[in-house]
Design a protein. Sequence first.
Length: 201
Amino acid sequence: MADTGTGGLGCLVMAAGSASRFGSNKLTAVIGGRSLIARALDAIPQDLFSCVTVVSGYESVLALARTCGFSAVVNDRPAEGVSRTIRLGTAQMLHCSGILYMVADQPFLQQETVRRIAARWRAEPGCIAAAAADGRRGNPCLFPARFFPELLALTGDRGGSAVIRAHPEALRLVETDARELADCDTPQAFGQLEDRFSGSS
């Protein structure tokens, strides 16, 4: 993996949700012959990051992360909300100049979009760069190091959106296809994504 400036650029894959609405470990669900977590890891341009950390409570997810050469961090209390995943992952990469925060259930996300988010951040290193479609923000989001203290102070099921709401002037949107931002929290949403994948094949 590459070093992209002072401290390098980190990537945090947030894969620790309890998936209570899905009813099972949705990250092992398969679209087009590959699981959601495999597709999430496929979307990471490894040359772009000095380190990649995957936080999960699932050993199968952590094992896959290790085979990719990524750091694997156990979240043994996912019920505490996304803030715990953010704290665990951010703490591993405090030396980085910025961290890209990715969710693990966007099967259409492309490496090129990740690269464009990083490029937008490099053009203005103090900004928060985020994927968007038609002006509506989605994931991933890249936060510079100046926001790490606020990310580490998050509690409960509050994520990076809370930090963005506190600093709207720092947000820069990177437009992409709305399909890339689609995620799935329920079996019904997953079925819709399957249909969209089949229709694009």
